[in-house]
Design a protein around this ligand. Structure first.
Ligand code: PLP
Length: 404
């Protein structure tokens, strides 16, 4: 058995990432001597405004948008809420139809559920067994009263990348605004709002080495959208409240770094991800990969293990110094299995036995090797105490491992 490494291993980058030292350095003055309110007209205010507009340009470059199309928010959840409610309820509209998918984050599901209470109708298109939305299903769902299509760029749990360029084109041809939650895509997929035909796109700084509590919504010029937070008229009237200048500056720096290091970091994460995806089903009997094998985020390796309870697996790995997750961090603590894994056609038991590894730019091959070394033993021990192990009927792929 390999010795446990000195430091802990962080494999949960889809939950959050570490603020990079370069990002922190950039932010520091805006907590201290440059603490002005970006709306003030004196020199303190002007220096904060200048920094904020610089960050807006950096975020815009990352997405290939115009800086004036970037609205700063408090994070991915607020960006999603603003996009969905802001478009659907434009000018007091209280009915209409929204198309989304069955694998969205709760930051999309809940605003849609909220709108249903007021009379909106929502169609959730299904996904294939490997987690990808079918274009024909989206096309079939379009109605005369469809006011918005919102489908995520890439899934946070099993990493499947959606055909958003094609969906965006379909939406544009039908004259329907298209929103995508790209929170998990930044730094892992190139994003180009123009080429991808997007009207609205949500991002969140803490998922790409920026600070928590700051995000942005790209709103294409001309999109009909209404503010959800009223007040002093900040952010072109779309999001009132004194801007989080240090956070915004940090997000700007993190955007620059994501662009600068994209090729290097994605190549590294892809190699480590592929090593895991190839190795785990061979090392652990009755283990499977969730989600598409190729059309998936470079940093996502999602598995499931028969006869295993995900929470037990996470705690056992934690004792070995490895931080991972089962499904999305936001739904941890819930006994309900992940709606995303159920949408793939998994049973409740199968969905409960899942493990999500999400890599980051600092992870090393040594860490992956350590994980691959400890995993089989951890799974074996958990199966020894599993009430399901001996009782469950052996199905297809009995005794072996397969990748789906
Ligand atoms: N959308 C997706 C796909 C996410 O993964 C998350 C966070 O896990 C969010 C939205 C919410 O982002 P935030 O934590 O910035 O509110």
């Amino acid at each position: 058995m390999m010795a446990s490494p000195q430091k802990r291993i962080y494999f949960d980058h889809s939950a959050t990432t570490q603020v990079l030292p370069e990002v922190l350095e950039e932010m520091k003055p805006y907590f201290l001597e440059k603490f002005g309110n970006a709306s003030s007209i004196h020199s303190y205010g002007r220096e904060a405004r200048t920094a904020m507009e610089g960050a807006r340009r950096s975020v815009a470059s990352l997405l290939n948008s115009d800086p004036k199309e970037i609205i700063f928010t408090s994070g991915g959840t607020e960006s999603d809420n603003l996009a969905i409610k802001g478009v659907a309820m434009y000018k007091g509209r209280m009915k209409g139809h929204i198309i989304t998918s069955r694998i969205e984050h709760h930051a999309i599901i809940e605003p849609c559920a909220y709108l249903k209470r007021f009379g909106f109708e929502v169609t959730e298109v299904p996904v294939s067994r490997d987690g990808i939305v079918n274009l024909e299903d989206v096309e079939k769902a379009i109605r005369d009263d469809t006011v918005l299509i919102t489908i995520m760029t890439a899934n946070n749990e099993m990493g499947a990348i959606q055909p958003i360029r094609e969906i965006g084109k379909m939406a544009r041809d039908s004259g329907i605004p298209f929103h995508t939650d790209a929170v998990q895509a930044v730094g892992k997929l190139p994003i180009d709002v123009k080429a991808d035909n997007m009207d609205l796109l949500s991002i969140s700084a803490h998922k790409f080495h920026g600070p928590k509590g700051v995000g942005a919504l790209y709103v294409k010029t001309g999109t009909k959208i209404e503010a959800q937070i009223q007040g002093g008229g900040h952010e072109r009237g779309l999001r009132s409240s004194t801007e989080n200048v240090p956070g915004i500056v940090g997000m700007g720096k993190a955007s620059e770094i994501a662009r600068r290091d994209f090729d290097k970091t994605t190549a590294k994460m892809r190699a480590l991800r592929d090593k895991m995806i190839k190795a785990v089903p061979d090392l652990v009997p009755r283990s499977y990969v969730n989600g598409h094998l190729v059309q998936r985020l470079v940093n996502n390796a999602s598995f499931r293990f028969d006869f295993i309870e995900g929470e037990g697996l996470i705690l056992s790995l934690d004792m070995k110094g490895i931080a991972a997750s089962t499904g999305s961090a936001c739904s941890t603590g819930s006994l309900e299995p992940s709606h995303v894994l159920l949408a793939l056609g998994l049973t409740h038991e199968q969905a409960h036995g899942s493990l999500r590894i999400t890599l980051g730019r600092e992870n090393t091959e040594e860490e992956v090797d350590y994980f691959l070394n400890v995993l089989p033993d951890v799974v074996r021990k958990l199966r020894e105490i599993s009430p399901f192990s001996s009782e469950r009927p052996m199905g297809a792929g009995e005794g072996g491992s397969c990748v789906q």
